[in-house]
Design a protein around this ligand. Structure first.
Ligand SMILES: NC(=O)c1ccc[n+]([C@@H]2O[C@H](COP(=O)([O-])OP(=O)(O)OC[C@H]3O[C@@H](n4cnc5c(N)ncnc54)[C@H](O)[C@@H]3O)[C@@H](O)[C@H]2O)c1
Length: 311
């Protein structure tokens, strides 16, 4: 059983919730994050914090000092749009940064890596729904290509290095601490704009469907993956589809927003319809989602309402 865990991206949205869950469950936790999108105030006060870029030489010293048993890797450039505009920059962080981290994990005796991949970005437009892990992977963006590439590195190199791994392929994650000013995360962006009474733009007709999963459900998947799911890749989603228009309607009701949405051009690199089969996560990790969309959105709006400045 692991007792010492290092979380990369632990000052970010998902990573900081994973850190909280690890600390609350008695793990000794360290965080690596360059604070490019993460925030120091997200980091649990009982976690040791290192402001380090994955590609910086000092990452080696952090691993040598900390000597964690498990590294949970969430640090990434997360914008599909940025990856389309600058695929080189995306690959520098998401491919080379990840590879460097794993190589250092091997050199410093880490037992296991848990990798945050993307069920929304690696399959492309799935052949059948719900999308299971055995479907072909045909990413439509450099971001998706990078996540898939890292999965291949883990599959090929970990047995050679004697390093265990579990890949968690997340759906569209939402919840408290997601950046409402960010490039990604429709729930946070819409909620922020609705609470400020600002116009909301939906990319395309809004009938595209996604698998929206609440961040609280991810933390339990990560805790289970610390010790289970050896050499496996598991979808982590809600197992149900919802359209962007449905999310808009839920959030408008919860925030009391009365304006109609604008419809912009559809984004390039976007999948039309996807939702994830989560059967393997149940078989392999004993994990299943527990929070329904309505309940998760209500908790998220409560968070943003209390954090939003008074109008
Ligand atoms: N949010 C989603 O819906 C979603 C879906 C699928 C997968 N994921 C993956 O989950 C992980 C966390 O995403 P998030 O939504 O919490 O995003 P986020 O931007 O809040 O978190 C990413 C964190 O990584 C840090 N970071 C970025 N580049 C770094 C670098 N070079 N070195 C060190 N730290 C760096 C950022 O400062 C940030 O704190 C990412 O790997 C992302 O690709 C997210």
């Amino acid at each position: 059983m692991a007792s010492k865990v290092l979380v990369t991206g632990g000052a970010g949205f998902i990573g900081s919730h994973v850190v909280d869950a690890c600390v609350d469950n008695g793990y000794d936790v360290a965080v690596v994050d360059d604070l490019s999108t993460g925030r120091l105030e997200n980091v649990h006060p009982r976690a040791r914090f290192y402001q380090v870029d994955l590609n910086e030489p000092s990452l080696a010293e952090v691993l040598e000092t900390e000597r964690p048993q498990v590294v949970v890797h969430h640090a990434a450039q997360i914008s599909v749009k940025v990856s389309m505009q600058d695929p080189y920059r995306d690959a520098q962080v998401n491919v080379l940064g990840s590879l460097r981290l794993f190589q250092l994990c091997h050199q410093s005796g880490v037992r296991k890596v848990v990798f945050a991949s993307s069920g929304g970005a690696i399959y492309g437009d799935p052949q059948r729904l719900p999308c299971d892990e055995d479907q072909p992977t045909l990413p439509l963006s450099p971001y998706g290509i990078a996540k898939m590439t890292v999965e291949h590195y883990l599959r090929v190199m970990c047995p050679i290095w004697g390093l265990d791994y579990t890949i968690l392929r997340y759906g569209n994650v939402y919840g408290p601490r997601q950046d409402p000013q960010g490039e990604a995360g429709v729930v946070a962006i819409f909620t922020g704009r609705m609470l400020r009474g600002e116009p909301v733009t939906i990319n395309g007709d809004g009938e595209q469907t996604r698998d929206y999963v609440y961040v609280g459900d991810l933390t339990s998947a990560n805790l289970l993956a610390l010790d289970k799911g050896s050499s496996e890749a598991c979808n982590i989603g809600s197992g149900a589809p919802a359209s962007v228009n449905e999310v808009f309607a839920h959030l408008a009701r919860l925030t009391g927003y009365t304006l109609s949405p604008h419809h912009g051009a559809p984004l390039s690199g976007e999948v039309r319809h996807i939702y994830l089969s989560v059967d393997r996560a149940w078989r392999v990790l004993g994990w299943q989602p527990t929070i329904r969309l309505g309940g998760g959105l209500a908790r998220t709006v409560d968070f943003f309402r209390s954090a939003a400045p008074a109008r």
